[in-house]
Design a protein around this ligand. Structure first.
Ligand code: DX5
Ligand code: ZN
Length: 222
């Protein structure tokens, strides 16, 4: 199935050289990225700790790209205000972390004027989105277990993308192990936002990698 929505490329800063943050961002911005993906981890929802609102705010100051903030944290409702004020364009929370407070958290993100997304771990079924699905701008399907970059794409998530595309008209993002081979499969299944860290920043030439993703995206919608 050809996706109707434009395909967007979202480099994940997790894989960049943080000693060269502004330079890395300039490169992917100039190469034609659509979004900048920021992975926020708390060492509790996932076994890793990354960055918080201070870094989002700093990044906001050095790029015009929309910031796609992926919250892999417990009690995300406590931090929506901080990330919105830091300049997030899109805030994605995990259904597993929200539990019964998912609807309320979605409303909170909307109230702050941000695009709203919900992410699911590979094993979490689409049914956990329930009636909230129609309120979402994006569903981010994890294609690795969240927590670390550089893992292998889990092809068993592909049928979940196909099922979601049948019932959801918004953006479907894939995150984890996305490279030119797996991105093609994800696009064919119905995804239209490609989050990629390793396949962009850990290559010898990030610009070339983004151009290759762009070509893949153009071929997919041609
Ligand atoms: C993983 C993060 C991803 C990660 C993807 O928990 O959500 O955004 O950066 O990294 P790669 O592309 O290296 O799998
Ligand atoms: Zn992510």
């Amino acid at each position: 199935m050809s996706p109707m929505l434009p395909i967007k490329i979202a480099p994940s800063l997790l894989a960049c050289d943080f000693t060269q943050l502004s330079k890395e961002i300039r490169v992917v911005e100039k190469a034609g990225s659509d979004l900048l993906h920021v992975d926020v981890m708390d060492g509790s929802f996932v076994p890793n700790i990354t960055v918080g609102p201070i870094v989002v705010k700093a990044v906001r100051g050095i790029t015009a790209l929309p910031l796609d903030v992926h919250l892999m944290i417990e009690r995300p409702w406590n931090y929506i205000d901080a990330f919105a004020k830091a300049g997030a364009h899109q805030i994605i929370v995990h259904a597993e972390a929200c539990g019964k407070r998912l609807s309320e958290t979605i409303s909170l993100i909307k109230k702050h004027g941000c695009r709203v997304g919900v992410s699911l771990r590979p094993e979490t079924p689409l049914t956990s989105l329930q009636s909230d699905l129609e309120r979402l701008d994006v569903v981010l399907l994890m294609t690795v277990n969240p927590g670390f970059g550089g893992q292998r794409f889990m092809p068993e998530v592909l049928p979940k993308i196909t099922s979601l595309r049948k019932i959801f008209e918004g953006d479907i993002a894939v995150d984890g192990g996305v490279n030119l081979v797996t991105a093609k499969k994800a696009i064919e299944a119905g995804a239209n936002i490609l989050v990629a860290g390793t396949a962009i920043f850990k290559t010898p030439d990030a610009t070339k990698s983004i151009h290759e993703f762009r070509k893949l995206a153009q071929d997919a919608i041609a």
